[in-house]
Design a protein around this ligand. Structure first.
Ligand code: NOJ
Length: 564
């Protein structure tokens, strides 16, 4: 375990057990962050080379999307070895060095753990394929005979979340057509059977492996899906997740996370973060009840349209559910599965849902409007109580790349829906670092291999180099906001008080010293009483806050409260 260093910002070098309650967490999609060896794919050496950038941005922790050995059928969410690093990203020694170097800069490391499914190349699944029906090897997954006279039909009608049936038939070692196995995602991602003791033990050992190497927490992929009803009842598409659902948000999944929490408590300050896409916020809150996960992603906030009353309702609802269980809220504007925020907020319909991505992609986009709103959304999000996630590239104002040529698309969602769903590649395009043309410093100068997804040439204006020291850039807005958020004790975890405001305006007080006002209406609004301007997302018109603009105001006479 490495000691966390002091970053000179007033943050203590002494371990802070509650760091996660206020943390600004950067989501780092390794494939697209920085490519050090010139193969067109980001790698851990690229991350190590840019740790200074992350420290300078002012984040507290980095969450890495999966970095394990994987055939990459789902960009690393198909893991063949949970205790190593994929060669395309580097080595275990690189990960160790990265963790140590990040810790020295005061940055904590959160890794992605994928417990619902493995890769079909995982040794356990290969052993299951080689073994007989009803064997202990097959019991670690969901193997079942097919229906129909010759077992030619899948065991039931469950559908994959990526499109098509959730079952694939295997060929038995004697070459006969055999059993079927369950995969809630792609066929290359067989689901584990969490009723099997080997599976439970294995994942506890995987957690220990990474905690022992210094990981500060885990993001748990598809955390509500682990438990399945072994009777395999049919499910209708409108069956809500919950105890009656055959595989989503079943009650006994909580037992797994209680045992993980006990394990995490044996280490110091390790956090468990759940990725849970269920619409029922009351059921969501159960995952963060005492003795379970520390936090869950706030997808209702991520999906909320740019509308003051709807945002206010989501914020209030989130706080009302988190408060009683003592868990801090989380706030997230985007990630590697959803459309980038600039694009979403530039559409005539600013909501988002995974199921309706084709519709959202059919809408026109006003990038200038989307950028203006995304700046305001950043100040809103960073001012809310709790922890916050920043998806790489959000700090540069990158947009969703909606015109990736079909032959360059990689996402299994696009393939498995026959192109009906454009998929998630548009939010995963490699970062632009510097220069006037692709690869914009993503790969080293002189690299002959193109980045794994093509970058728009317009991103020349959105490179880290172009935005640095540019007062009106998204990057400088994020840097300034994160610096203030860190130095103001009132921001991060803590109380919030709504202030009276005009229709279409969100205004709230954080502690005694800071107030945030966001104008989502169509008309300029007067600023409330204040003693100074801390930060604005756009240019103010005297004492008026223009539409789609946000400010942080100093509301105390003195310099506010001391830094935390
Ligand atoms: C959720 C992850 O965020 C997504 O990228 C992945 O495809 C699915 N889980 C399956 O692992």
């Amino acid at each position: 375990m490495h000691e966390l260093g002091s970053d000179g910002s007033g943050r203590s070098a002494v371990a802070d057990a509650a760091w996660w309650r206020s943390a600004a967490i950067y989501q780092l999609y390794v494939r697209s962050f920085a490519d050090c060896n010139g193969d067109g794919v980001g790698d851990l050496a690229g991350v190590r080379a840019q740790l200074g950038y992350l420290a300078g941005l002012g984040i507290d922790a980095v969450w890495f999307n999966p970095w394990y050995p994987s055939p990459m059928s789902d960009a690393g969410y198909d893991i063949s070895d949970y205790r190593n690093i994929d060669p395309v990203f580097g080595t275990l020694a690189d990960a160790d060095a990265l963790i140590a170097e990040a810790h020295a800069l005061g940055i904590r490391i959160i890794i992605d753990v994928v417990p619902n499914h493995a890769s079909d190349r995982h040794p356990w699944f290969r052993a299951a394929l080689a073994a007989a029906p009803d064997s202990p090897e097959r019991d670690r997954f969901w193997f079942r005979p097919g229906r129909g006279p010759r077992g030619e039909l899948p065991p039931n009608g469950w559908q994959s979340i990526f499109g098509g049936p959730a079952w694939t038939r295997v060929t038995e070692p004697d070459s006969s057509p055999g059993e079927w196995y369950l995969h809630l995602f792609a066929p290359e991602q067989p689901d584990f059977n969490w009723a099997n003791a080997d599976v439970r033990t294995e994942f506890e050992e995987v957690l220990r492996f990474w905690f022992d190497r210094g990981a500060d927490g885990v993001r748990i992929d598809s955390a509500a899906l682990l438990s399945k009803d072994g009777r395999l009842p049919e499910v209708s598409p409108d069956e809500p997740p919950g105890p009656q659902h055959p595989y989503s948000d079943r009650d006994d999944v909580h037992e797994i996370y209680r045992s993980w929490r006990r394990l995490a408590e044996q280490y110091q300050e390790r956090v468990l973060i759940g990725e849970i896409w269920i619409p029922d916020a009351v059921r969501l809150a159960r995952y963060v009840s005492p003795g379970e996960l520390h936090t869950v992603f706030n997808f209702p906030y991520l999906s909320c349209p740019w509308d003051a009353s709807q945002l206010r309702a989501v914020i209030d609802h989130t706080l009302a559910l988190n408060g009683p269980v003592g868990s801090p809220a989380t706030w997230v504007l985007s990630n590697h599965d959803v459309d980038r925020i600039v694009t979403r907020l530039g559409r005539p319909d600013t909501a988002f849902s995974l199921q309706r991505r084709p519709y959202f992609h059919s809408l026109p986009v006003d990038l200038e409007l989307g950028t203006r709103r995304a700046r305001a959304a950043a100040l809103l999000t960073l001012a809310l109580p709790g922890s916050v996630y920043i998806y790489q590239g959000e700090e540069l104002g990158l947009w969703e790349v909606q015109d990736i040529p079909d032959e360059r698309k990689q996402d299994p969602i696009w393939r498995r829906t026959g192109g009906a769903d454009p998929g998630r590649d548009g939010s995963r395009v490699p970062l632009p670092w510097a220069g006037d043309e692709p690869p914009f410093g993503f790969s080293p100068a002189g690299s002959v291999v193109q980045p794994w997804l093509p970058q728009p040439k317009e991103w020349r204006d959105l490179t880290v180099a172009a935005e640095t020291a540019n007062a009106g850039s998204m990057l400088e807005l994020y840097r300034a906001a994160l610096a203030i958020r860190r130095s103001e004790a009132a921001l991060g975890d803590g109380p919030i008080t709504w202030l009276p405001s005009a229709t279409g305006v969100l205004a709230f007080q954080r502690g005694a010293g800071v107030c945030c006002v966001v104008n989502l209406s169509a008309a300029p609004v007067p600023l409330p009483d204040h003693s100074g301007l801390l930060l604005a997302s756009g240019v103010l018109d005297g004492q008026l806050l223009p539409p789609d603009c946000a400010v942080w105001l100093r509301t105390a006479d003195q310099a506010g409260t001391p830094p935390r």
